[in-house]
Design a protein around this ligand. Structure first.
Ligand code: ADP
Ligand code: MG
Length: 703
């Protein structure tokens, strides 16, 4: 018998939920808060004072001593600065714990140490954080104690977004407004907003902490920079959905409990394709909360691993030659009166609305394929996208056999008269079938797949924030909705106009639909013929942020200003250069201080052996041959090491960030590979006992 887990009691026990507000706030205050959450608007200082007091009391009852504005700077991770509730003691020396409404709604952290991509000059290093009232406050417990965390947006004093949350919230506003125009056209007068929902599936690796600590590359770069393949990889496919090992199982259990306490609906868990790789998926929720929760999932995964003597690797490619990690970003749009815009529905009217929405998404994804690809760019993800792994760097849409057939008929005849599975439609688009998720999951190679009532964007990297992909999705689809509504609202004959528009959009943008194998070389050629962009790296993707097309899109819906976009492009180059620089320096360190000395010692003992064997009057050709091969690789490694030192120094001295990032990608990375090759070959040749670090087999199979 396992110990009893009362999930109902545990769930959200560390969250200042709406329910707790209802219990603790005066009725009128609660109502005001609820209204602001639903409809937006400014929180008055008086109300904020009341909420702050209730929040502080609850937090202190649960052991909190500090609070923090929890935000998401452009580093992609979260930041916090703790302030204690303590204030001046009263006359009798009694400590008064304070937390005002002003402190709840606004903070003023020094922004100068966060990346701002040139925005810094315009705001003189001052920034402020503002409470995102729609994302609940929660308690975080670690060695520093219990901290009340208030999810906030982070802006400069002049209002430029310095974080990932602000543009996301702006994009949610935009998609809501534009999607409402669409549902109104179909007679939905009840809906007051449309919410983007997101469910991210998170992949991760677990390795033994002792072994992890023996590898500088894992410590500094989060991935192995050297390493020969283990005799066994993932070829037997025996790990996927395999029985979960004891140690990993108890980790998963602990992780679930911690996440449930934080109100994260951790739902499914299983082993993934690669050895030591696993996945966790929560139940989907409103986009901004899903983004916050995914950050908490990543933090909690790392924290809990430590308790089990393991380290959680969130990097997209911890091990070469083994499957990498991503995040499937499931995305849909729903009205507040319960209609999922991506659900075909049961009536002809709902079907036509669905087909219009689909046509708009086809248009959006085709028009802005470059931006969508960019939204999933991060340094680690360069090892996945376009590197013969899930998924390719080319954006395309998978619709499934049935839906693709409907689209084809609409393009050809303007009607979908029959269904592939045999059903017949009476007139035009009558009722569409349920587009069940393809049971065989043949679409695993697609970067953007329709899966029944949502789209699954599979390009996102495992270590990355999901804020940018969702900001981009919301923005590009808002634009398509806006342009469709502009036409349809003016139409004399609505039915005819919708019909024509669906046909027009689908015809114009059909090139984005691809149901085949996304890994095949033929697809790369085919995509090129279709004119679809194939942006292979993060640095090449960065410039898509500042094209006229992108600036027009984001400024039109108030999501990013031109300056904000320019800053993000610059930060991309900076981040890339810094990351590769760390990797190169780590390689230099490991090769120079560990691998090469170990191999030199080995050649010494080999040489001694050769001499001894010869002296004994016996044939030493096997030993001599090995010594020869080892020495040749040792020499290749030393040459590459010297070259890597040189190009890394050259790169570090470059002034122009863009040129620098490209130099790291084209030159430094190439030399990194040149150094890795002989070392990995040596790992397979030399005596295991002399190898200075744990290898792939020990790291991935002995967890
Ligand atoms: P998979 O087979 O890819 O794991 P699941 O059905 O388990 O697919 O769902 C994966 C994720 O998609 C989960 O996080 C789930 O909550 C989320 N999801 C399901 N429906 C929707 C929806 N309508 N909108 C957004 N996300 C959704
Ligand atoms: Mg999935």
């Amino acid at each position: 018998m396992g110990e009893l887990l009362n999930v109902e009691e545990i769930f959200a026990s560390k969250v200042f939920t709406l329910g707790k507000m209802k219990e603790r706030l005066p009725k009128s205050t609660y109502k005001e808060i609820k209204k602001l959450m639903d409809q937006g608007g400014e929180l008055s200082l008086e109300t904020a004072d009341v909420v702050a007091k209730a929040m502080k009391d609850w937090a202190m009852e649960n052991g909190a001593t500090h609070y923090t504005h929890w935000f998401q700077p452009l580093t992609g991770i979260t930041a916090e600065k703790h302030d204690a509730f303590v204030s001046h003691p009263d006359e009798e020396g009694k400590m008064i714990m304070e937390f005002s409404g002003k402190e709840l709604i606004k903070g003023e952290p020094d922004a100068s140490s966060f990346p701002s991509g040139g925005l810094r000059a315009t705001f003189e290093a001052r920034g402020y954080t503002a409470w995102d009232i729609t994302s609940p406050a929660f308690l975080k417990e670690d060695a520093t104690g219990v901290i009340l965390c208030i999810p906030t947006a982070f802006c400069s004093y002049t209002g430029e977004a310095l974080d990932k949350k602000t543009p996301l919230l702006r994009s949610m506003e935009a998609i809501s407004q534009q999607a409402l125009r669409i549902v109104r056209l179909f007679g939905n007068t009840e809906a007051t907003k449309v919410v983007a929902s997101v469910g991210p599936e998170q992949e991760y690796f677990l390795v033994d902490r002792e072994k992890y600590l023996q590898r500088e590359d894992l410590i500094f770069a989060g991935r192995t920079l050297f390493g020969a393949p283990a005799p066994k990889g993932q070829e037997l496919e025996d790990h996927y959905f395999g029985t979960i090992r004891e140690r990993v199982g108890s980790y998963m259990k602990d992780l679930n409990v911690e996440l449930w306490k934080l109100g994260v609906t951790a739902k499914t868990q299983h082993n993934e394709v690669a050895p030591a790789q696993h996945e966790l998926a929560p139940i989907y929720e409103t986009a901004n909360i899903a983004v916050d929760h995914n950050q908490l999932v990543m933090e909690t995964m790392k924290k809990v691993a430590g308790r089990h003597g393991m380290t959680c690797l969130l990097h997209e490619k911890p091990f070469a030659g083994v499957n990498g990690s991503g995040k499937h970003n499931n995305w849909s749009l729903g009205t507040d009166n319960g209609v999922n815009l991506l659900d075909p529905g049961d009536t002809p009217n709902e079907n036509i609305q669905f087909l219009l929405v689909l046509a708009c998404i086809m248009k959006a994804v085709d028009t802005h394929a470059d931006l969508l690809r960019q939204s999933a760019a991060d340094v680690g993800n360069d090892h996945r996208l376009g590197a013969n792994e899930a998924p390719p760097a080319i954006i395309s849409m998978f619709l499934g056999e049935q839906l693709e057939d409907v689209v084809k008929q609409l393009i050809e005849t303007g009607e979908a008269a029959h269904l592939i599975e045999g059903g017949k439609l009476e007139t035009g688009v009558s009722t569409l079938p349920d587009f069940e998720k393809d049971a065989t999951d043949r679409n695993r190679t697609s970067p953007f797949a329709f899966t029944g009532n949502k789209f699954e964007f599979r390009m996102v990297g495992s270590a990355d924030s999901i804020a940018s992909p969702n900001t981009t999705l919301n923005a590009i689809v808002a634009e398509a909705f806006c342009e469709a509504a502009d036409v349809l609202e003016k139409a004399d004959n609505f039915e005819l106009a919708v019909h024509d528009l669906i046909k027009e959009y689908m015809t114009k943008h059909q090139r984005i639909v691809f149901n085949g194998d996304g890994y095949a070389d033929e697809w790369i050629e085919e995509a090129e013929r279709r004119g679809l962009p194939n942006i292979k790296s993060m640095v090449e993707a960065a410039a898509t942020l500042t094209t006229d097309k992108a600036i027009r899109l984001f400024e039109r819906f108030g999501i990013f200003t031109k300056v904000e976009l320019e800053s993000r492009e610059e930060i991309t180059y900076e981040t890339y250069a810094k990351t590769i620089n760390i990797e190169a320096l780590t390689m230099i360190d490991m090769a120079g201080k560990k691998y090469i000395p170990a191999v030199i010692r080995y050649t010494k003992s080999l040489a001694d052996t050769v001499i001894a064997v010869k002296e004994a009057g016996v044939d030493a050709s096997v030993q001599a041959e090995l010594l020869d091969s080892v020495t040749a690789r040792l020499s290749a490694a030393k040459t590459a090491l010297d070259r890597l030192k040189k190009v890394t120094a050259q790169a570090a001295a470059m002034e122009d960030v863009k040129a620098q990032a490209f130099f790291y990608k084209d030159t430094v990375k190439t030399v990194m590979d040149e150094l890795r090759t002989p070392i990995d070959e040596l790992e397979m040749m030399v005596d295991k006992s002399v190898w200075p670090v744990p290898g792939y087999g020990e790291l991935t199979f002995e967890v």
